[in-house]
Design a protein around this ligand. Structure first.
Ligand code: HEC
Ligand code: HEC
Ligand code: HEC
Ligand code: HEC
Ligand code: HEC
Ligand code: HEC
Length: 346
């Protein structure tokens, strides 16, 4: 191509580009926009961290609660790899939040990247980015799986969702057929406390069932006793345990008890626990003699009458409860005495 032709073509190209750019010329400025609305976190819409620093301040409150929580079995237990649909609602934080939203007994799927129970499980952390986020994630009364009975422990309902008996399969029915137990792990699982405190879920053979006053007078149930003023990071507060070691022996932290029991508590505790442990030992002897339990306390699988299976259920529930009668002395002693009577006469 000739030089002259190239120059000519370039001239046309420049003309075309000029025409296009002149079409996108900027017009006169429009009217000013409206001011933005205030964010929920700041107070005046100018300081985005005003909400944050109401919690993330130098009060050390998050640190103190975190230290207690880190010493709790919720942080140290390590069983949150139990993340499949059946287990995740209680063993993972995400599964719990899914369940209290959906109302279902299981999660839809296995929870990936499971987290243990933590601040976000029990508080609405980082929802509005204001101190209102300290609200607990649920306070609704809980209909217990095992019996369908609804319990109401105020703030303790949060705990009752997870610390409730699971439905044993098969489930023995008073006066019903014999059952075949196929697993040595059969029972109502490890955390039946809401059933025990509520006085429901045991194998209620015989008569005379009643509840200890703890069922109704302790307004916030679990929280009143287990989350009273923290004893360092050893008990209560966000550590949530009731006992600590004192000069080598286990001591119950009574911070949450003293308003109702200003005196005489030690005697009351030891009388209650001694009686319950004694009844448990008697029932174990009978379960062993019926071939349902080994000397080491392990279930011997096989076919058994509803009463033997029911007594086994009661034994395991009361043992797993961990309070040795303190949660609901009347209910627990009646379950044990009636189970003992049923097995003695067989
Ligand atoms: C209700 C009190 C509260 C408010 C308000 C709040 N936070 Fe938090 N924040 C927490 C708690 C509790 C944790 C978890 C602490 C822990 O796990 O150690 C946390 C954790 C964090 C973390 C650590 C990473 C994480 O996600 O765990 C960051 C970063 C953070 N917050 C930033 C903010 C910012 C930015 C704001 C405001 C926009 C804010 N927070 C508002 C309570 C609050
Ligand atoms: C999301 C379910 C869930 C909630 C909610 C929950 N827990 Fe737990 N809790 C567990 C699980 C699971 C364990 C055992 C953790 C492990 O082994 O990994 C546990 C352990 C504990 C322990 C230690 C038991 C031991 O063997 O020493 C105590 C005490 C306890 N929880 C009390 C509470 C109280 C009180 C509340 C309510 C303020 C509560 N929990 C709320 C699931 C929950
Ligand atoms: C209704 C809530 C709930 C469900 C569902 C649940 N767990 Fe648990 N589990 C608990 C609680 C609460 C504890 C802690 C009890 C305690 O330490 O007092 C626990 C404790 C455990 C432990 C520790 C036992 C020990 O002796 O330290 C294992 C292991 C476990 N669960 C496995 C499972 C598996 C596997 C599944 C699913 C098949 C499951 N859990 C379903 C609430 C639940
Ligand atoms: C198992 C449930 C649970 C977990 C996990 C948990 N909390 Fe709490 N928290 C509660 C309950 C229940 C209360 C109310 C206690 C009361 O009223 O006596 C509470 C109260 C608080 C309060 C006082 C709130 C107020 O309104 O003044 C703070 C602060 C707090 N928790 C921080 C934390 C932090 C930080 C974490 C994580 C390290 C955490 N919590 C984990 C259940 C939990
Ligand atoms: C009246 C006070 C009181 C109430 C209410 C109460 N607990 Fe307890 N709980 C205790 C005491 C005291 C022990 C410890 C007994 C011992 O170890 O000697 C205990 C033991 C336990 C244990 C065994 C582990 C441990 O910390 O020793 C768990 C888990 C537990 N309680 C959970 C709960 C849950 C969940 C609720 C609510 C459904 C609840 N408790 C309600 C006083 C209470
Ligand atoms: C809201 C009040 C209240 C709180 C909190 C409370 N109790 Fe009780 N407790 C009672 C009442 C009422 C009775 C029944 C007393 C009676 O019948 O003479 C009782 C009875 C008992 C009994 C005897 C067995 C029974 O159930 O009748 C024991 C043991 C006991 N409490 C231990 C405790 C311990 C340990 C704590 C703290 C971890 C505690 N209580 C917290 C009100 C309370």
């Amino acid at each position: 191509m000739k030089r002259k032709t190239i120059t000519y073509l370039m001239f046309i190209l420049l003309l075309a580009v000029g025409l296009v750019t002149s079409c996108t010329k900027v017009g006169p400025a429009g009217p000013a926009g409206k001011d933005g609305t205030n964010g929920t976190n700041g107070t005046d819409g100018t300081d985005g961290t005003a909400g944050c620093i109401k919690c993330h301040d130098n009060s050390q409150i998050i640190l103190a609660k975190s230290l207690q929580w880190e010493a709790s079995v919720h942080a140290t237990g390590g069983n949150f790899e139990r993340n499949t649909k059946d287990c995740a609602p209680c063993h993972t934080s995400q599964g719990f939040l899914e369940r209290i939203k959906s109302g279902a007994d299981t999660t839809l799927a296995t929870i990936e990247n499971p987290a243990s129970q933590n601040c976000y499980t029990c508080h609405d952390i980082h929802q509005t980015y204001t101190p209102a986020d300290w609200a607990i994630t649920t306070k609704s009364p809980v209909q217990l799986w095992i019996s369908g009975v609804t319990v109401d422990f105020g703030k303790g309902n949060l705990c009752a969702n997870c610390h409730q008996p699971r439905i044993p399969t098969p489930q023995p029915v008073v006066g019903g057929d014999s059952v075949t137990i196929t697993s040595p792990y059969w029972g109502a699982h490890h955390g039946p406390q809401a059933g025990i405190l509520g006085g429901t879920g045991g194998y209620e053979i015989g008569t005379g069932y009643a509840n200890s006053l703890h069922t109704t007078v302790v307004t916030n149930g679990c929280v009143t006793c287990h989350m009273a003023e923290a004893f360092g990071t050893q008990a209560d507060g966000h550590q949530m345990g009731m006992t600590y070691l004192y000069h080598g022996h286990e001591k119950i932290n009574t911070a949450g008890c003293v308003t109702c029991h200003p005196a005489g508590l030690d005697v009351l505790i030891s009388a209650t626990q001694t009686q319950v442990l004694d009844l448990l030992a008697q029932l174990k002897t009978l379960l062993v003699s019926h071939g349902a339990m080994s000397e080491s306390g392990r279930i011997i699988t096989g076919k058994m009458s509803a009463d033997v299976a029911g007594a086994l259920l009661n034994y395991n529930m009361i043992e797993a409860d961990g309070s040795e009668g303190i949660h609901n002395a009347k209910y627990v002693t009646t379950l044990l005495k009636n189970s003992i009577q049923a097995l003695s006469t067989k």
